[in-house]
Design a protein around this ligand. Structure first.
Ligand SMILES: [Zn+2]
Length: 62
């Protein structure tokens, strides 16, 4: 079997030094982050624009 690569997605909170992953799908990592923020940072009023920006920042880490 030959080598191959595939993307994975990690969620991480630098403030808490806590993360989750790797996940196969960006949405799974984003869901962890959203739940983490709601539980730890009172950011449950995030906007769709924030979510899109977050997904883009995840892609930039690849
Ligand atoms: Zn945190």
């Amino acid at each position: 079997m030959s080598a191959y690569c595939f993307p994975v997605y990690n969620a991480y909170c630098a403030e808490c030094a806590e993360g989750d992953g790797p996940h196969d799908y960006a949405d799974d990592a984003a869901e962890w982050a959203a739940n983490h923020n709601a539980e730890n940072h009172n950011e449950d009023d995030r906007t769709d624009a924030d979510y899109d920006h977050y997904k883009e920042s995840l892609r930039d880490q690849q």
